[in-house]
Design a protein around this ligand. Sequence first.
Ligand SMILES: O=C(O)c1cc(=O)[nH]c(=O)n1[C@@H]1O[C@H](COP(=O)(O)O)[C@@H](O)[C@H]1O
Length: 285
Amino acid sequence: MSAPEPFGTRLRRAMDARGPLCVGIDPHPSLLTAWGLGDDVAGLERFAATAVDALAEHVAVLKPQSAFFERFGSRGVAVLERTVADARAAGALVLLDVKRGDIGSTMAAYAAAHLAPDAPLAADAITVSPYLGYGSLRPALDLARAGGRGVFVLALTSNPEGAEVQTAVTAAGPTVAQTVLDRLREENAAELAAGAPLGSFGAVVGATVGETGADLSFGGPLLAPGVGAQGATAADLPRVFGSAVGQVLPSVSRGVLRHGPDPVALRAAAAREAAEIARFAGSGA
Ligand SMILES: O=C(O)c1cc(=O)[nH]c(=O)n1[C@@H]1O[C@H](COP(=O)(O)O)[C@@H](O)[C@H]1O
């Protein structure tokens, strides 16, 4: 059997074809209400299905946020399973935002839950947290590589509290965030050496963080949340990401979702975001 195509290669193709926009599916209680839906499993199901139907054929990546589904228990998780499957079937790459992080032996179970090919909740990629040490992520990194899936590691998050940990200087010299980015460079090296246009191992760097002073040239994608509701705009991207702007996958949740439930309005909102990103980040469909 031939090796699966790496996630980074699939992501680059999707970003080039559709523009580098990720739309988050975050069914906040207030959004369910604003869409005229109940804050219940039926409302959740309708919300997620509407977002997938409106957007999955148009944007490169959809990013369901697991917590908003998990709060409804097993029935909410069942909706998440269908959401991931339907979005993938409709042609979007699915980045499942679960921000997992644990000791290596438990990380292996999280990896099996989201990156094993036959797992009910498998996605194209997941978000993970490196604060138990980058090495603790090894099971997820290895399973992702074996299956052509991706991992996005938190580096400089969009929230103001993140800097306290992430810009702290390690005993070795670089900041915590730079250490993560340097490890990701090593992670992507083999794929890039084999000719991949983009590595499968990404970092999360918020569009809100301003000039980072970090070396972002690690060869993988940069998920950039914070555009929209958190105050960043597409115009911030060149300042934050500099010459790495071509690797950036800006992510917008509420800034698009607040235009629902009309699918035409949702699509138009995503198209406006994509156009702004193309204007400032120099690419897009
Ligand atoms: O990993 C993430 O997606 C993430 C990382 C980060 O640094 N900041 C951040 O906001 N996110 C997620 O991105 C989404 C942002 O949502 P909006 O602020 O509504 O666009 C939420 O689902 C957050 O959990």
